[in-house]
Design a protein around this ligand. Sequence first.
Ligand SMILES: Cc1cc2nc3c(=O)[nH]c(=O)nc-3n(C[C@H](O)[C@H](O)[C@H](O)COP(=O)(O)OP(=O)(O)OC[C@H]3O[C@@H](n4cnc5c(N)ncnc54)[C@H](O)[C@@H]3O)c2cc1C
Ligand code: FES
Length: 509
Amino acid sequence: MEPTGKTDNGRTISVWMASTPMPEEQGLASDARADVAIVGAGIAGLTTAYLLAKEGKQVIVLDDGPTAGGETCRTTAHLVSALDDRFYHLERLHGREGARLAAESHAAAIDRIERIVKDHAIDCDFRRLDGYLFVPPGDDPKQLDDEFEAARRAGLDVTRVDRAPLSTFDTGPALKFACQGQFHVLKYLRGVADAARRAGVQIYNRTHADRMEGGTDARVETSRGVVRANAIVVATNSPVNDLVAIHTKQAAYRTFVVGARVRRGSVPQILLWDTPDPYHYIRLQQVADGDDVLIVGGEDHKTGQKDDGEERFRRLEAWTRERFPQVQAFEYRWSGQVMEPIDSLALIGRNPLDRDNVYVATGDSGNGMTHGTIAGMLLTDLIVGRENPWERLYDPSRKSLGAAKEFAKENLNVAKQYVDLVTPGEVNDASDVAPGHGAIVRRGAGKVAVYRDVSGQLHERSAFCTHLGCVVQWNSVEQTWDCPCHGSRFQVDGHVINGPAIRALDGGS
Ligand SMILES: Cc1cc2nc3c(=O)[nH]c(=O)nc-3n(C[C@H](O)[C@H](O)[C@H](O)COP(=O)(O)OP(=O)(O)OC[C@H]3O[C@@H](n4cnc5c(N)ncnc54)[C@H](O)[C@@H]3O)c2cc1C
Ligand code: FES
């Protein structure tokens, strides 16, 4: 079976996808020209397109899936300046001024989202609310003191409270961060895409970018024609134009979410986070019939290095039931991917080792709603030639000396994955693969990724990732092939879903 094109980036459905289908855009029809070509129509690409168009730039956005059909539609959409990697940690890595700029930029991103919502009257359930951080039993309580001091030094409005305002469980001492936010991400981006289109932005779906070249004849070569531009922005979550440099600075993690119906008012409107690694993150979202959905995320693992997602969903549900006995049925289970940078801040700016009119936005960590918005603001300034106070902080070429240990750990972990090149397959033969399952089979010097669909038909692709050749692993929750090295993901027909790979898995044998 030949790849048919990207259909989705997984099998599970988020609360946003269930309620708000995004309009289908046409594919690119012929070669085209623009001031700026943007690859990727998630929150980073669309925000950048909108802000550039407001500066009078002609912009073309290309995406090989639907608009906002990447990690953006799998988010939980907390809008925070209370960053999840802790300010005392950011101070260590980026200095006090770096931590202050990080807080300032994320607060400015929430302000910008609020302004866009107001300017275009986008009905997207945007609201300001307080966020609470607590330390569960067994985790070091001193973190809260350290974070309180560091967050204050960074300029955040943070106070100590005896507990978060929940009646059903006692969080113990917590930090209260004022003026955080939340929204319905797809309603928001539908509004942003409309506003961008009205400002002249052309958005194309089903258009796969095969190659990006900067310089005087800068262009994006796609499955449907060539787009020439003065600048290129690669906003594909994990850059598909970079082979190595960026991918040694970040690692891909799967993260899991459950959503349970609760009576409106039975859980207060707050954001809530705990401190373990991985942590739990909690919010409410109103649904049409007057109830709320309590959204609880966590249970992260490195992409392609575990396949126990169903168990992780069960643990999240048990965790939630224990603390929120008012939950009714669990109606949502979904998962997604976050790119964790080794020094905790996104990589936004000129692409390292490239011509200086090629830009990337990646390394969002769990703060991609605000990092994606910062990308829009910062890249717009860089492209129109305006100074931006956050340029150095987010520079993808920065040296992260304080994160040398993380760098070594992540890259050693990647090196270990290559052992799979010489190990036996998971099953001896394709006939051992049950319907609805996938497994790796060794054939001579090669390895084959074998999936048997529920009707019994086999789908075989080479198991060697087209990025740098690691052996992909089966993800039974999303029914995809995931690469344990840098997080590329592929559909069962081989089509690439997540970069850094840009090419489909090769044919089977
Ligand atoms: C479960 C989960 C919970 C999260 N919770 C939060 C949260 O509460 N708050 C927060 O701030 N962040 C959160 N995040 C992170 C945030 O959702 C992401 O970082 C953010 O959505 C990424 O946006 P993006 O625009 O960079 O990428 P994406 O939305 O992935 O967009 C990239 C686009 O590029 C396209 N593309 C890729 N390759 C090509 C190609 N070769 N040609 C053409 N198009 C291509 C894809 O189709 C995709 O549409 C969460 C993430 C997950 C998964
Ligand atoms: S993502 Fe790099 S080898 Fe697969």
